[in-house]
Design a protein around this ligand. Sequence first.
Ligand code: TNX
Length: 545
Amino acid sequence: ILTLLTIVCFGCHTKSTKVYTEEDITIIPKPKQVTLNPGAFSFTENTKLVALDEATSETLEMLQTNFKNVADWKLEIVASEPASNYILLTHDDSLENENYLLEVSSDKIVIRANDQAGYLYGIQSLQQLLPVEFEGNTLVENIQWEVPNVIINDGPRFKWRGVMLDLSRHFLDKAYIKNTIDQLAKHKMNVLHLHLVDDQGWRIEIKKYPKLTEVGAWRVDQEELHWNSREPIKAGQKGTYGGFFTQNELKEIVAYAASKNVEVIPEIEMPAHVTSAIAAYPHLKCFENPEAIGVPSGGVWPITDIYCAGKESTFEFLEDVLLEVMEIFPSQYIHIGGDEATKTNWEQCPFCKKRMANENLKDVEELQSYFIKRMEKFINAHGKRLVGWDEILEGGLAPDATVMSWRGFEGGLEAAQHGHDVVMTPTSYCYFDYYQGPQNEEPLAIGGYLPLSKVYQFDPVVETMTEEEATHVLGGQANLWTEYIPTAEHAEYMLYPRLAALSETVWSPKDARNWDDFAHRMETQYKRYENQGVNVAKSAFLVTS
Ligand code: TNX
């Protein structure tokens, strides 16, 4: 009798007793289409993970590790389907990239996708259907690891779903970046834009120009000198605060990100926001005055020392740098910054004046446009595309440039009207360095006010856009500038939970968005964050208007 019972038990594993409702489906970002059916699938120690090929086996290994951690089960990965009690990942050509179809029934779970990203996102949704403790990755007893029976048909609204981390103003280490990549994948985001160069620090090893990191990556300790101090650091003064990534470390980050469907886009600022480079190689600016400042901790504004647009040596330097950058980052896009260039030096500089005369440029705006167009030619010749902040529109946009619109939506709109691709990152919805709750209760921030509810109202497509213009909107991105964000813990605080709202604005269908429904799902998402050990801001949630 006992043997018989055991056989029966193995065949039709544990029956669910819980009755699920729509309220129990708290996936963020909200899927395109969800159908809830009666019943549930219960994972057991004998649930099989079915991988028909190597690609799916990697994805299933993630699930295997999680179950090892939370249940101390070693779920077996097998190559063919058993009669029941299994999860299968299977290829489906009819689905678009990054899409997945997740079908949960009482005896099996099937995830269909056309690419690795689709499987990954199917698994992410599955994890969010499991009890929140699943995210904790620590052993939990007396819990039923079950998932309601559902059919979820899902895929992204936009193809660029990004976050930018500013590693210059404060350096954030590799562990934090990998952690952010994990979170991006959980939120079904797929772009990590790394701001590797700014006045306050050069963060990427360039073999041909070692001083960029020997000198340019270090400034006086941020504790001694707040970034907002107007005290310039003297040339030669030894910096104690900073850091940089070696090329190998960056390659490791790129590979890790790729395994989570995240593309890392490097930003090498030019022609401004480059005091760190100039501190290392003063010939890169127009006037080589002997009292050249070192790497500033910030705040000396406006910064007039920018790369000289007249000297050929500037372009040689930048091309050398970009060659090394393109070796590290396989991304289609290279971000060249282009923002906030104060061009007073260019107006005075004999080299710049000569360039303007030779190239028939009527003003320094056109000189900046010349600069960017020249860089674009170089980037295109290496099979890559240029993306830059919306200032690259001034003086004429480079022929194939993609515009990252930050000073509102206008730059993006203008670019789209001229047939250029656009990523929307307007300060009003996407600047995660802004306060997210009442100022007097929040840690010091740069200013502004961007609560969770406001992020949720973001829409990358401007209402007045024609259909054709809207096709040029690649998506949206949150920017985390770190002038006031000295630690990884603080960076987390600024990113979460706002990233949850942003993810929904770039993933979910516009008409699926509903604040009350989102707020309900966020209650569970908070528990997930807590289980994952994320330093999440509670304040953002309190403010609903
Ligand atoms: C503007 S956005 C900048 C950054 C600052 C940020 C602070 C952009 C392209 N440039 O250099 O860090 O504002 O919010």
